[in-house]
Write a new protein. Structure first.
Ligand code: PLP
Length: 380
C-alpha cells in the first residue's frame, strides 16, 4: 500500500464487525464485560487497551512503516515513556536545539533520577561519536529542529547508534511521515506530538510512538500500561480522522511554506530566514535526501534583532494567530524566546540562535496570498 492510501486505510480493515461503520466507533468505556474471569473479547480495561485507540495505533504504525504503534495523552507523555526505558546511570545524547518541553523533561525531571543528557550540535552527526561511552543507551534527535529548522542526518545517526548498540529515537513531529520516514532510515523509535500535523486541526493533545521491534514494543507497551499516560477514545478518533487528510494538508503546508520563506527572504526588514528548502541552508542536501519536501515550518529574525520589533509583528498579525503549537490547518505565529522555549535558560537558548527577535511560523493551508498580505502589513 502506498502512503496516501495508508493514511486512509492503514490498519483500518473491518473496524466495526458489528455494523460495518466505516470509521471505528468511539468506545467511550472504561471496562468490558467478561463471561468468566479472563473471558473477554480482547479488551479488559481501557488503560490497557481500547478498540478506538487500537485503531489509531494501527494507523500510526502503518503510516510510519512500523509494526507497532502506541498512543499517549500528549507528545511529552510519549517521550516520557521512551525515557522510562532507561535506568539511573544511563546516558542520552541529544541535540542542543531541542523542543523546550523535551529539554525541560530531560533536565528538570530525569536528571534528578540519575540519567545524564548531553546536548550537542548535531549539524555534523559524527559529533555524536565523541560523546558515546559505555553508559550511553540512547540518541534522541529531532529533525527539522524546533524552532531553528536545523537538519540532522538520520541515516548517519542510525549508523552510529547501531555501531554502539544504542537506541535511536527520532521526534518526527515537524516532518510527519508524509515527508520523512525515520524507521526506513534506520531509527528504532519514531515519536510524534500528534497534537500537531497528525491531528492537524488544533483540537486535540496527543502523542504517539512507532517501532518495528517486538521486544521494544512490548517494553513500551508495558510502560504505557504501567504508567497509564494513555489518550482517551474521543481524542483517538479525532487524530485518526486527521490522519486521513495528512497527505493533502502537508502538501499544501509545503507549498505555502515555500512561498512565504521566499517572500521573507527578499524582505528588506528581515535579517535571516530559517527554512531547510533554501540551497544555502547548512544541511539543505541532507534535507533533500531524507525529506520529500521541506514542510510548513519556518523561523525568521528581523533586522536589528530587537525584541520590541518581533513583539510588534506577532501582535499585528490578523490572519496568523499568535499562539503556541503548530501543524494545524490555520497559520500560527509564535515568539519562541517567551513562549515555547521560555523554559530554556536565555544563555543556552541564544547559543543555538533562539534570540529575542526570532519569530516562528507554522504556515497553514489558507490562500497564500492572504498570508503574505498579512505578513506585509505586520512587518511594515
Ligand atoms: N516535540 C515537538 C517537536 C513539539 O513541537 C512538541 C510540542 O510543541 C512536543 C514534542 C510535545 O508535544 P505535546 O505538546 O503534544 O506534549
Amino acid at each position: 500500500m502506498k502512503f496516501n492510501t495508508k493514511t486512509i486505510h492503514g490498519g483500518q480493515h473491518d473496524v466495526d464487525p458489528a455494523f460495518g461503520s466505516v470509521m471505528p466507533p468511539i468506545y467511550q468505556t472504561s471496562t468490558y464485560s467478561q463471561t468468566t474471569p479472563g473471558g473477554h473479547k480482547g479488551f479488559q480495561y481501557s488503560r490497557s487497551g481500547n478498540p478506538t485507540r487500537a485503531a489509531l495505533e494501527r494507523s500510526l504504525a502503518s503510516i510510519e512503516n512500523g509494526n507497532y504503534g502506541l498512543a499517549f495523552g500528549s507528545g511529552l507523555a510519549a517521550i516520557d515513556a521512551v525515557i522510562k526505558l532507561l535506568k539511573p546511570g544511563d546516558e542520552v545524547i541529544s541535540t542542543n536545539d531541542l523542543y523546550g518541553g523535551s529539554y525541560r523533561l530531560f533536565t528538570k525531571i530525569y536528571e534528578d533520577f540519575g540519567i545524564k543528557f548531553h546536548f550537542i550540535g548535531m549539524g555534523d552527526a559524527s559529533n555524536i561519536e565523541s560523546f558515546v561511552n559505555d553508559k550511553t543507551k540512547m540518541v534522541w534527535i529531532e529533525t527539522p529542529t524546533n524552532p531553528m529548522m536545523n537538519i540532522i542526518d538520520i541515516k548517519a545517526c542510525a549508523a552510529i547508534a547501531k555501531k554502539h548498540s544504542v537506541l535511536l529515537a527520532v521526534d518526527n513531529t515537524f516532518a510527519t511521515p508524509y515527508l520523512q520516514q525515520p524507521l526506513d532510515l534506520g531509527a528504532d523509535i519514531v515519536m510524534h506530538s500528534a497534537t500537531k500535523y497528525l491531528g492537524g486541526h488544533s483540537d486535540v493533545v496527543m502523542g504517539g510512538l512507532v517501532v518495528r521491534d517486538k521486544e521494544l514494543a512490548d517494553r513500551l507497551y508495558f510502560i504505557q500500561n504501567a504508567s497509564g499516560a494513555i489518550c482517551g477514545p474521543q481524542d483517538a478518533f479525532l487524530v485518526l480522522r486527521g490522519i486521513k487528510t495528512l497527505h493533502l494538508r502537508v502538501q499544501r503546508h509545503c507549498e505555502n511554506g515555500k512561498a512565504i520563506a521566499h517572500y521573507l527572504k527578499q524582505h528588506p526588514k528581515i535579517e535571516k530566514v530559517y527554512w531547510p528548502g533554501f540551497e544555502d541552508h547548512p544541511n539543505h542536501k541532507i534535507a533533500k535526501s531524507q525529506m520529500s519536501d521541506f514542510g510548513g515550518m519556518l523561523s525568521f529574525v528581523t533586522k536589528g534583532n530587537k525584541y520590541e520589533d518581533a513583539i510588534k509583528i506577532v501582535e499585528s498579525l490578523k490572519v496568523f494567530t499568535l499562539a503556541e503549537s503548530l501543524g494545524g490547518v490555520e497559520s500560527l505565529a509564535g515568539h519562541p524566546a517567551s513562549m515555547t522555549h521560555a523554559s530554556i535558560p536565555k544563555a543556552e537558548r541564544e547559543k543555538t540562535g533562539i534570540v529575542d527577535a526570532l519569530i516562528r511560523l507554522s504556515v497553514g493551508i489558507e490562500d497564500v496570498e492572504d498570508l503574505i498580505e498579512d505578513l506585509k502589513q505586520a512587518i511594515g
